[in-house]
Every structure is written in structure tokens, then in C-alpha cells.
Design a protein around this ligand. Sequence first.
Ligand code: DGL
Length: 273
Amino acid sequence: MGAIGIFDSGYGGLTILKSIIQELPEYDYIYLGDNARTPYGTRSFDVVYEYTLEAVKKLFELDCELIILACNTASAKALRTIQNKDLPFLAPKKRVLGVIRPTVEALSKYTRNNHIGVLATPGTIKSKSYILEIDKLYDGKSLSVSQHSCPMWVPLVENNEINNEGANFFITKDLDNLLIKDKDIDTVLLACTHYPLLINQIKENLPKDVLIIEQGEIVAKSLKDYLSRHTEIDELCNKEGSRKFYTTEIASDFEKKASRFLNQKLKAEHIQL
Ligand code: DGL
């Protein structure tokens, strides 16, 4: 028996953890943020895979039975290889899931005119994971998808620059550049788990009728559904409501920022990957 592990390159996965806790409060959770090596979004396929695999191994050592890669970049660049190549040797009875597939499954519920904008890290955009997954799931449906990468947004969050003027400069620039690609976009997907931490500035700079999709609730509902369908995994997950937080950076810094993002006090421990 063990916990559900939630992994992200830094603080972004907290936006997913928050929704998961709201939906499934009874489970035990272990959060791991690789803050020392964030951002992942500008790193190569091989490096993101290597870092993500290290985190997965660590979360298994901490007795996690199920791991959610609460990071689009890691889901785009490492998930399939870990599921297909590593998991059968590492821990065949355990599971690693990502955030891209459940997000794409939910996508068509939101758009009214089928014009969707996807904002993500350069790594996620270059991988074309969203485009490929959308093509697979909505074959024959005429969804028009425009992508744009925002390389500065994760560093703004990680370095606590969210409320400064500099943040607004980059947010406006990137949103304008997305809308230039397709002026009819009616739905913007925040396909990076850090971006909801910039939601106020994003809302201010998008036309009022554009719908903004955050992944937290989507991933939480999809996890609930997964656990109800996979009772063999669900039975392995402890349900004592415990929460543990690990960071590869300084624990006290993580505690301060993560408490603010989650709106609750928390204790974190430093961990080496
Ligand atoms: N939260 C990660 C994501 O969803 C950000 C990755 C990064 O570290 O650049 O892609």
C-alpha cells in the first residue's frame, strides 16, 4: 500500500494537486517538485526523459503506487517511454499517468466554434503532442488548433515575478502572438501546469468572450474515473489523507511559496534525485 505521487518540474503541479485533493481528499499524496532543475520546458527530449525517470524512481522508492506526471513537458517527452520501456522492469504493478490525454479528451466540451489556442512550454509545443493527440481523438472533426510557446512564463512563476510589470509584458506579448495566429480562437488551453498561477494577468489580457481552460479539474475528474475503473490500483492506494512534499531545492523556500499557491501551511523536505 502507498500514496499517489504527483510530480512536476517545480511549483506548477500544485495547481493539479489542489484540484485532485478537492476531488479525492481521502487519499495519501506525495508531491515532488524538481525545483533545482526547473524549467524543463526548454530542455531536450533526452534530458527531460532522464530527469523524469529519476523522479519516478524516487517516488516509487517512497512507496507510491500510482504517479501522475503533473507536468505537460514531462508527459509530452517522457511518459510513453516510461510506460512502455521502463515500467515493465521497474514496477510492473504500478502505474504512471500523464495530463495530456485527459485534457484532450475534455477539450471539445468547451469550444463553441472549434477554434482552439494551446499555450505551453517550448518543449511541449515542439513535441506536437497536443496536435497528435487531438488528431487521434477528433479524427474527422474540424478542430482548428493554433499553438504558441511561452518560454518566459515558467521562470516568472518559479522566480516569484508573477505580480511585476515584467510579467505583464511577456504575458501580453505571448497572448497577442497566439491571437495573431487565429483571430477566431474562442478557447485557450493552458497546457502547462504553471500557467494557472498567472491566471489573473492572463484573464486581463484576453478578450472577455474567450474561454480559458485550466487542467486541474479535468485531471482530477479523470483520476477519479481511472481509480473507479481500476480497482486493483485503487486498492493499493492508502486513504488516510496524508500529504508529503519534497523538493530538490531548499525546503524552506518551497514551503513559503507552495503554502501561498495552495493557500495552506505545509512542511517540505529536501530530496536528492
Ligand atoms: N509545469 C510544467 C508543464 O506543465 C512546466 C515545465 C517547465 O519546467 O518548463 O509543462
